[in-house]
Design a protein around this ligand. Structure first.
Ligand SMILES: C[S@@+](CC[C@H](N)C(=O)[O-])C[C@H]1O[C@@H](n2cnc3c(N)ncnc32)[C@H](O)[C@@H]1O
Length: 326
């Protein structure tokens, strides 16, 4: 393939799969959830939505699944087929190339699957996420009483002191070798930053803003406006809101969970930083209340429009709105 092909099919190159496979928090959580729960897989039919290199398919086959169907629209499925064969799973794992929404699965008429596994999460959980695809698979193929893995996802917010890095990323545009580049500053402020944040920068307790039950959530519920209240834990300054997510496999005998928060081990999702237009001066005991709106972008539904409307009730009150697109 040429670089043009790889641009059109970003999952075709092995590099992106290398990053995901080497993310041990991610991959070992899936392995533990699947391989340590053979009672959910023995003799069962399993669908892996977006199978990539086939790693989750092979975990499911090892856990005793009778039949595993992996679907992926990317050309990485060519390698997935070779990997499945090289590891002796050719008779159990059936790989289908195409968009899940469009392909025909190797199932008898009316036949459903017992388990759906998928690694669908994007930055800030929903950015470029393929959750819509997973929900379409659930509604079309999951047998009544079937299992989703993972089955819950939670989105959290906090706020951080980030003077130095904000200056480097945002303040930079005020004076570029003596020139006024502030038009770029406005764009930079609207774009969330995916990066790792040290726990010592976090100034508020975490607040759960959205809890998603994969068995019941609808596509419409992924467009939301939910309230939050961030309790300030020390006297400091706030430059940004911080977002991350946790996922959990509650159907397991012993629930398996992982977090992508600043208190947890590194994952390739890092955290998401939303710089606010005006710094807030806060004291311990104060709080920031507000709403977080999240909606797929009208032009590109894999992009997200995110709006924070918030109020600081402190000695230096602030009422503001910050809009982002990612
Ligand atoms: C985050 S990767 C996960 C790959 C693999 N399951 C793993 O855990 O290493 C998501 C995969 O889903 C595929 N994908 C995304 N949307 C899809 C769709 N609508 N139909 C089929 N595959 C899709 C991508 O091509 C990509 O390989």
């Amino acid at each position: 393939m040429t670089s043009k092909d790889y641009y059109a099919d970003s999952y075709a190159h092995f590099g992106i799969h290398e990053e995901m496979l080497k993310d041990e928090v991610r991959t070992l959580s899936y392995r533990n959830a699947i391989c340590n729960n053979p009672h959910l897989f023995k003799g069962k039919t399993v669908l892996d939505v977006g199978c990539g290199t086939g790693i989750l398919c092979m975990f499911a086959a090892k856990a005793g699944a009778k039949k595993v169907i992996g679907v992926d629209m990317s050309n990485i499925i060519v390698q997935a087929r070779q990997i499945v064969e090289a590891n002796g799973f050719k008779d159990t794992i059936h790989l289908v190339k195409g968009k899940l929404e469009e392909v025909e699965l190797p199932l008898a008429p009316g036949e459903k699957v017992d388990v759906i596994i998928s690694e669908w999460m994007g930055y800030f959980l929903l950015y470029e996420s393929m959750l819509d695809t997973v929900l379409a698979a659930r509604d079309k193929y999951l047998a009544p009483g079937g299992v989703m893995m993972p089955d819950t996802a939670s989105l959290y917010l906090s706020a951080i002191e980030d003077q130095e890095y904000r200056e480097e990323k945002i303040g930079f545009w005020d004076d570029v070798y003596g020139f006024d580049y502030s038009c770029i500053k406005e764009i930079a402020l609207r774009e969330p930053l995916v990066d790792t944040v040290e726990l010592k920068s976090v100034v508020c307790d975490p607040c759960l803003v959205k809890h998603i039950n994969l068995l019941t959530v609808t596509k419409e519920e992924l467009t939301f406006k939910d309230s939050f209240k961030l309790n300030v834990t020390r006297n400091d300054y706030i430059h940004a809101f911080l977002g991350w997510f946790d996922v959990s496999f509650d159907a397991c005998h012993k629930p398996v969970k992982f977090s992508t928060g600043p208190h947890s081990r590194y994952t390739h999702w890092k955290q998401t930083v939303f710089y606010v237009p005006e710094m807030m001066t806060v004291s311990a005991g104060e709080s920031i209340s507000g709403t977080l709106s999240c909606a797929p972008n009208a032009k590109n539904n894999r992009d997200l429009d995110i709006v924070f409307e918030y109020e600081l009730d402190g000695s230096q009150p602030i009422k503001a709105k910050a809009e982002f697109q990612m």
